[in-house]
Design a protein around this ligand. Structure first.
Ligand code: HEC
Length: 452
């Protein structure tokens, strides 16, 4: 018995020290930027706080951080930054971005001791660091035919966009990354690829490249965008090749997972490209980066969606009366053994908390994700650290709480009024309650595949 305990505690120690790889000053020595603080900032802040990122200012160098030191201490101590809604006491995810209590006190100590620089000459320059943080060079960049104009009228804008592109030959694709042009405005994108048989599509680039969802009859959208074959029939479509939500960061799946084969004539189809409200006219020039693969995809990725617009409904019907706090559920029996790649919880503005877990046929619980303070602005694609098996016959339970009281600062209406799910409306001021799961059929050994 005892010999089993020793290696276990040793492992736990190892785990504790790598889960926050922070170097601490020696007893009696001060906290220094270059030695102790820069690694924390570079690992948890700079991916957004750089010259290209979604954040409004840079946090990379000693000067960047020292000049905002009080604010940095404040936002980290109050866990406003880095934004990481998932509760780390419940489950951990690959590439998670949150600070340990130890890291937060180190930051505070550094500020209280007068922000000492340490050996800043040994740090890499922002230019070198930013190169490292960028995704790799793609094999192909596919741009929209024209930039999109977002009018400054303070309302959400929902576009359906077509982005045609041709390739010289049939091509294997390993991954597709969406790069938002205007990071503050692009709210979400769900991209599909329509694959035309070359002989059936003579005019790939004709037709409108976008239509406004609210101003067009849904029955004519496909014609207006010229998405049909020459003879009026539909071409096959590969759904959800790429998704984007605020705060999402692109990463590759492990090598043997995912990928597509596409032909010579294709079009990205963005059935709901959503821009948040803006007070001034703005322009967006988002684009796709495509990474080619060298062989046919071995394990294609599938997706299911439960709750709003999903395989099983929200119960009871998603409707929250004015001044009410209400809890809703989604219950989904898993029909086959699956390995989960990604969990995407989704709610809108008055979402308060989100909790998902699975109960195995044996009665054991598999924790999925818990978000105690839902924040509409930070909706990530959460990837378990290793592929997560959910055996057939398990039941996924999701619980969502919505707060439609005036005290909720995120309530879009004052005074509050009834907020509901309306015909799958995607308007931010209506509500949604969804869990989107990407997965592959389970295979022996999957639990050992790392998503980091
Ligand atoms: C996922 C992207 C992201 C990460 C990671 C991130 N930030 Fe931010 N940060 C933002 C954005 C965007 C804003 C602009 C305000 C907002 O939208 O909340 C911001 C705002 C701030 C502000 C200004 C707050 C204010 O009230 O003016 C500070 C300070 C800050 N971040 C510090 C940090 C620190 C320190 C870290 C790391 C420990 C960090 N951020 C990590 C995206 C990020």
């Amino acid at each position: 018995m005892f010999h089993k305990l020793i290696p276990l505690s040793f492992l736990l120690l190892l785990f504790a020290s790598c889960s926050n790889n922070t170097s601490l000053p020696k007893e009696g020595e001060p906290v220094l930027f270059a030695e102790h603080i820069a690694p924390i900032i570079h690992a948890n802040c700079s991916k957004c706080h750089n010259s290209q990122g979604a954040a409004p200012f840079q946090l990379i160098t000693y000067k960047d951080v020292a000049s905002k030191s009080k604010l940095v201490a404040y936002v980290t101590s109050n866990r406003i930054m880095p934004p990481w809604p998932a509760d780390p006491e419940y489950t951990h995810f690959a590439n998670e971005t949150y600070l340990t209590n130890e890291q937060i006190s180190l930051l505070n100590r550094w500020v209280n001791e007068g922000c000492l620089p340490g050996d800043t000459a040994s740090l890499e320059t922002p230019t070198i660091l930013e190169k490292k943080w960028q995704s790799s060079e793609p094999d192909l960049i596919v741009r929209m035919q024209k930039p999109i104009r977002v009018p400054g009228n303070n309302t959400d804008l929902f576009m359906v966009v077509k982005i045609p592109f041709e390739l010289p030959k049939d091509t294997f694709i390993r991954a597709i990354e969406f790069v938002p042009g205007n990071k503050r405005l692009v709210h979400h994108v769900n991209a599909h690829i329509i694959q035309f048989e070359p002989s059936k599509k003579s005019n790939l680039f004709d037709g409108n490249f976008l239509v406004n969802q609210d101003q067009t009859k849904s029955t004519t959208i496909h014609k207006e965008l010229n998405l049909l074959n020459d003879d009026g029939s539909y071409a096959p479509m590969t759904p959800s090749v790429c998704n984007y939500l605020p705060g999402a960061q692109f990463s590759f799946y492990p090598k043997e997972i995912g990928g597509y084969k596409i032909g010579r004539k294709n079009a990205f189809y963005l059935n709901d490209m959503h821009f948040g409200p803006s007070a001034v006219d703005e322009i967006d020039s988002s684009y796709f980066k495509i990474y080619f693969g060298s062989e046919p995809p071995k394990r294609p990725v599938s997706e299911f969606q439960i709750g709003t617009l999903g395989l099983v409904p929200v119960e009871p019907k998603l409707e929250v009366k004015a001044n009410e706090v209400k809890t809703f559920h989604i219950t989904f029996p898993v029909p086959q053994d699956i390995s989960i790649l990604t969990l995407v919880p989704h709610m809108h503005l008055i979402g308060k908390s989100f909790w998902a877990y699975a109960i195995k046929p044996s009665g054991d619980t598999i924790r999925l994700i818990r978000i105690n303070n839902w924040d509409f602005r930070w909706q990530y694609f959460y990837q378990p650290k290793t592929l997560l098996k959910i055996p057939r016959g398990s039941v996924i339970y999701v619980e969502g709480v919505y707060d439609n009281r005036a005290e909720n600062p995120n309530n879009p209406f004052s005074p509050p009024r009834v907020i509901a799910e309306r015909n799958g409306s995607m308007k931010t001021t209506d509500e949604m309650f969804q869990l989107i799961v990407t997965y592959i059929p389970w295979k022996k050994g999957d639990e050992a595949i790392s998503m980091e």
